[in-house]
Design a protein around this ligand. Structure first.
Ligand code: 13P
Ligand code: SF4
Length: 409
């Protein structure tokens, strides 16, 4: 196409210029000579391009995928630049052809690479639909501990993928967006916590799994919202305990167990902004609805809840309870599984204390199906960590897994 079009345009342009020049000099009959010049230029340019064509075609073929597979249709320079920039961007910033069937490609990559996709309930619905396992933090840690896949693709936030890596040093652990952090985890910097801990040497440290590896390494037992109460109650009553980093979960466990654990002052940016006033109004409008809340919520919100539990706990309650309406006081991602498993029931997301109607976690929602696909295709970004830190952080996680198994969780 290029070989025919370019000489023609070029030839006619030369002809127009030549005609104008010859007419201005009035030395030849321009009308007769111009077409002749035009034809000569067309033929000459064609020969020049035809000689270039095979080489250009060959070069193009080298750059193009030879299997015609759509998924590889990225401009080669794009992926190289994306790799170089990954520490700034947090993910592979590459455009994907919109016609690529990402669901099909992700399934193919799982098989090709013996990869498993683990997703938290707060992930976007498309990611949940493509996951091999969806769960709460305990379920995900348990799955990560037992998988025989070579690659664990963690559709969740950084501390979750890091926990999977701590449990699986020999496996590749991928996170679609490295910047998917957690405000609760960020509220407990290990250096500050270490100083706090040193002031209370007789205390045992129970730490919520929503924390960094550095915090885990300073802990005696890790817990999640589904086993925290059981773990605390399994310890002698006289044992002094520091609970970190979530003050709301800690306060809730203190109330349930009658303990007086020392609480670190951290909170989740999603769960601490639910509006008690708006929830109360929703309850008046839906008198038969059950209020179900995550224990990361503040005490006044938990006080109006009919059921309090981890994401898996909330999902099971919504499935098994006879009520037809539920006001759901946690991140909205969970509604996807609630609606899928109980299609006839109504799930109303509880509104936060701002102008939004529902409450999304900005960290969880950094992951997208596109980023998930790209991280599987190019095996980046990958979670890596210092081996001494990994070993220190593993001990309290192992303790949690052992206790949970004893409790039948
Ligand atoms: P669970 O899914 O373990 O209840 O945790 C909720 C949460 O906030 C995770 O970030
Ligand atoms: Fe962290 Fe809260 Fe987001 Fe969970 S919902 S990842 S605790 S910020």
């Amino acid at each position: 196409m290029l070989v025919i079009f370019v000489p023609q345009v070029f030839g006619y342009a030369i002809a127009v210029v030549a005609t104008a020049v010859l007419q201005s000099h009035k030395r030849f009959a321009a009308g007769a000579v111009a077409p002749l010049i035009s034809s000569l230029v067309v033929v000459a340019t064609y020969l020049l391009f035809a000689a270039e064509a095979p080489e250009a075609e060959e070069r193009h073929a080298r750059e193009r995928p030879d299997d015609g597979d759509r998924k590889r249709e990225f401009r080669p320079c794009n992926i190289d630049i994306a790799r170089q920039k990954i520490n700034d961007t947090g993910f592979l910033d590459v455009d994907i052809d919109v016609s690529v069937d990402l669901f099909r490609e992700i399934e193919k990559l799982k098989k090709e690479k013996n990869a498993v996709v683990l997703a938290h309930y707060y992930q976007e619905p498309d990611i949940q639909d493509v996951a091999d396992f969806i769960g709460d933090s305990l379920g995900l840690a348990q799955k990560a501990a037992e998988t025989d896949a070579d690659i664990i693709v963690f559709a969740g936030v950084h501390f979750m993928a890091e926990t999977a890596k701590i449990l699986n040093p020999g496996k590749k652990v991928l996170l679609p967006d490295l910047k998917a952090g957690c405000s609760l985890s960020d509220s407990a910097p290990p250096e500050l916590f270490k100083l706090f801990k040193e002031k209370h040497p007789d205390h045992l440290v129970i730490t919520y799994i929503n924390c960094s590896a550095g915090m885990k390494a300073l802990s005696d037992i890790i817990c999640t919202s589904s086993n925290a109460q059981r773990i605390v109650e399994s310890l002698p009553k006289e044992q002094p305990i520091i609970f970190a980093p979530d003050r709301n979960l800690g306060a809730y466990i203190n109330k349930q167990s009658g303990r007086n654990m020392l609480l670190w002052n951290g909170a989740c940016m999603v769960h601490e902004i639910f509006s008690l006033e708006k929830i109360t109004k929703l309850k008046i409008r839906h008198p038969n609805a059950k209020v179900i809340a995550h224990p990361e919520c503040e005490a006044p919100v938990l006080a109006v809840a009919d059921y309090i539990g981890s994401t898996t706990g909330l999902l099971k309650y919504a499935q098994s309870n006879a009520a037809q309406e539920f006001i759901v006081v946690t991140e909205t991602g969970i509604l996807h599984q609630m609606q899928k498993s109980s299609p006839g029931k109504t799930f109303i997301p509880a509104p936060p204390n701002n102008s939004c109607a529902c409450n999304d976690c900005p960290h969880m929602k950094l992951n997208t199906l596109e980023k998930l696909y790209l991280c599987m295709e190019y095996e980046l970004p990958e979670i890596t960590m210092d081996e001494a830190l990994r070993i220190a952080a593993k001990r309290p996680i192992d303790k949690m897994l052992e206790l949970s198994a004893n409790f039948g969780l």
